[in-house]
Write a protein that binds this ligand. Structure first.
Ligand SMILES: Nc1ncnc2c1ncn2[C@@H]1O[C@H](COP(=O)(O)OP(=O)(O)OP(=O)(O)O)[C@@H](O)[C@H]1O
Length: 266
């Protein structure tokens, strides 16, 4: 283990769930999940359809309230906090953004996200200077997301994959410390997948955020993850390094062999 990795794993987890459970009419979609997410690590959550992955994200982002259990973020119990309060504290969830303005340009959308984070009130004298600062930050996010060529395009005109990149840029603009990415490649064309993979890899390379990814594409999971958590029928079946998960007999015998083949064909 290199020293940066060792320091990270010795640090307290940024996010922790303690026996987190949510039941819908007697059926526990997430059952007693206790999971610790290492600060500034890349964790992927995998599992077959209906395993409870998106439901777990709904619990983490505050869209759903648990039936029982607890969520701790940066050492604070956030189980009862509404989702906007979690966003304010740095938990950013992708692909459920309601604040993309379809008719505004890509740059304007990112700049507004930067601005909303800064909580700017209108002040004529400082607004021009601030505007330039926000614009510069938005420009650097455009570059990171490889969207510079689209800076003046209205968001509504973007291809599906480009929209995903815009959404990630806006999460970064909001200064999220913890990014919850729910199947960023779902529904996008095969040609667009490498571009998404590349921007996620770049964000990971920056090393300043914690990323939790739900993804069915195993090559992508194995390429990006420091750790993998496996959900199966609402329960946490295993959590470990990619090598440990791939070699885990319970995971293998429960489903990974067959499921992996299915996922590869999808
Ligand atoms: N609001 C809800 N009301 C009732 N049942 C729900 C609700 N949300 C999720 N479920 C059920 O919980 C289970 C887990 O669903 P979830 O969408 O979390 O699975 P998933 O692992 O994300 O699946 P996929 O990979 O197909 O997206 C499913 O049986 C689903 O039908």
């Amino acid at each position: 283990m290199n020293s940066a990795k060792a320091a990270r794993s010795a640090a307290p987890p940024i996010l922790e769930t303690d026996r987190l459970t949510v039941a819908f009419g007697g059926h526990a979609a997430v059952r007693e999940v206790s999971l610790a997410v290492t600060d500034r690590s890349f964790l992927s959550i995998i599992g077959p359809n209906g395993a409870g992955k998106t439901t777990l994200f709904n619990l983490l982002s505050g869209q759903l309230k648990p039936t029982s259990g607890r969520i701790t973020y940066k050492g604070m119990d956030i189980t009862g906090l509404p989702s906007y309060e979690r966003t304010r504290r740095g938990i950013g969830r992708s692909f459920q953004l309601t604040h993309v303005f379809p008719r505004l340009s890509v740059l304007e959308n990112i700049r507004l996200a930067v601005q909303s984070r800064a909580g700017v009130r209108y002040d004529f004298f400082s607004s021009l200077r601030r505007h330039r600062k926000f614009e510069a930050e938005a420009e650097s996010l455009l570059e990171l997301m490889r969207l510079t060529g689209k800076r003046n395009s209205p968001a509504i005109q973007l291809a599906h994959g480009e929209k995903r990149k815009l959404e990630i840029a806006m999460l970064l603009a909001l200064d999220s410390d913890l990014l919850l990415l729910d199947e960023p490649t779902a529904g996008i064309s095969l040609e667009e997948v490498p571009a998404i993979l590349e921007v996620i890899r770049d964000v990971k390379r920056q090393g300043s955020r914690t990323i939790v990814l739900i993804e069915h594409k195993m090559e992508m999971v194995l390429d990006l993850s420091d750790e993998i958590a496996v959900l199966y029928q609402g329960e946490l079946l295993a959590h470990g390094t990619p090598a440990a998960i791939m070699g885990n007999e319970t995971v293998q015998s429960a489903y990974l062999g067959g499921w992996y083949d299915d996922a590869a064909e999808a």
